[in-house]
Design a protein around this ligand. Sequence first.
Ligand SMILES: O=C(O)CCC(=O)C(=O)O
Ligand SMILES: [Mn+2]
Length: 203
Amino acid sequence: MQVLPKGIRHIPGFLDRAQQEALVESIRAIVADAPLYVPAMPRTGKPMSVRMTNCGSLGWVTDKERGYRYQPNHPVTGKPWPAMPGALLDIWRTVSGASREPEACLVNFYADDARMGLHQDRDEKDLETPVVSISLGDTCLFRVGGRERGDGTLSFKLSSGDIVVLGGEGRLAFHGVDKIYPNTSTLLKNGGRINLTLRRVTL
Ligand SMILES: O=C(O)CCC(=O)C(=O)O
Ligand SMILES: [Mn+2]
């Protein structure tokens, strides 16, 4: 086992198959109400390769004009985000060690060729409460480093049912997804990977 940077926890197989299937059902209902859309990078307007939606009282969004931010409504439909499923709150309470509840759950959908560049999660006012991330579907190669972009990084695979917690000194660690390994899970009928990232936003 490799030693991860301080504050980064990887919990392989936290969710069993039945729990994963139940979460996928909840996500289907969320996506039916709040459809996946293609987010655009600030300034350049370049489309991201993942598709996104959210649940919870706030959702993370990005577009060319206004950049990265949280808002209470879907950028395409204008509707409030769907409520956060109780199962996600249960997971948060078990693994985060936080006294505050999460306000946002970003739902990322990765097709076979999607990835996510190295970045920090720092659009929250609360930069102390941990970030909890749940993987469903195909395996990915996850990369994590330190608080500076130039810090060394290490990589490990995330499989369906795994959880990663970025807390303490790891809260602002750079991280990203280098690649998806297609056809490595049977959880999602049409393949791909779903990542759920739970965050506390306000102070
Ligand atoms: O897909 C993942 O595992 C990470 C997602 C992520 O870092 C993010 O949405 O900020
Ligand atoms: Mn992130």
